[in-house]
Write a new protein. Structure first.
Length: 106
């Protein structure tokens, strides 16, 4: 331990505490949208109160919307014979679904 000083020993101890603290972190399910995130989106949209049953409807709608956008974006990328979906592919698919997004060169 000669030449390392106190910082080497303290850094090792604090790293162990950090990992122990993170072990209680809860993992999210794949594609799960939390109630808090739905509430934040609703607040941004100007909603004051939410019914409890609305959360399942919002999850279904978001899942359906994202499936449509990703499917159309993938079609655009496949038509270009590309393996990467670009921002323009997403912009074109949003435009196809009736949600025009400005500012991306389309």
């Amino acid at each position: 331990m000669a030449g390392k000083g106190k910082t080497g020993r303290l850094a090792a101890k604090s790293a162990a505490k950090r990992t122990a603290r993170r072990s209680g972190h809860r993992e999210f399910k794949d594609g799960h949208i939390t109630n808090g995130s739905i509430r934040r989106l609703a607040r941004r949209g100007g909603v004051k109160r939410l019914s409890f049953q609305i959360h399942s409807h919002v999850r279904d709608y978001v899942d359906d919307f994202l499936n449509r956008v990703v499917r159309d974006s993938l079609s655009y990328a496949e038509h270009r014979k590309a393996r990467t979906i670009t921002a323009l592919d997403v912009v074109y698919s949003l435009k196809k679904n009736g949600r025009v997004l400005y500012g991306y060169g389309a």
